[in-house]
Design a protein around this ligand. Structure first.
Ligand code: FES
Length: 87
């Protein structure tokens, strides 16, 4: 697992193995638009302020993924222990 940090409130939301970032955010009461939940549509895309996402979407190009400025919380995870999100 890893943690996501909500930059605007400072809240920390743990993401256990086997549970999506999106599911954990929604369970924590964070409003997050969702549609395909498979990394295809980009509806859920969130800006990443710090940390390294483990991109598992088909939305961003390889170069966009490598920039690590956005990720799709419905399916992508983290390579770093923490991801700081613009939420
Ligand atoms: Fe479609 Fe995340 S909900 S990419």
């Amino acid at each position: 697992g890893f943690e996501v940090v909500l930059a605007r409130s400072g809240r920390v939301v743990p993401v256990p193995a086997g549970r999506s970032v999106a599911a954990c955010l929604i369970a924590a009461g964070v409003p997050l638009p969702l549609s395909c939940e498979q990394g295809i549509c980009g509806t859920c895309a969130v800006r990443v302020l710090d940390g390294e996402p483990d991109h598992r979407d088909l939305v961003f190009t390889a170069a966009e993924q490598a920039a690590n400025t956005h990720f799709t919380p419905c399916c992508s995870r983290a390579k770093s222990a923490r991801l700081v999100l613009d939420l």
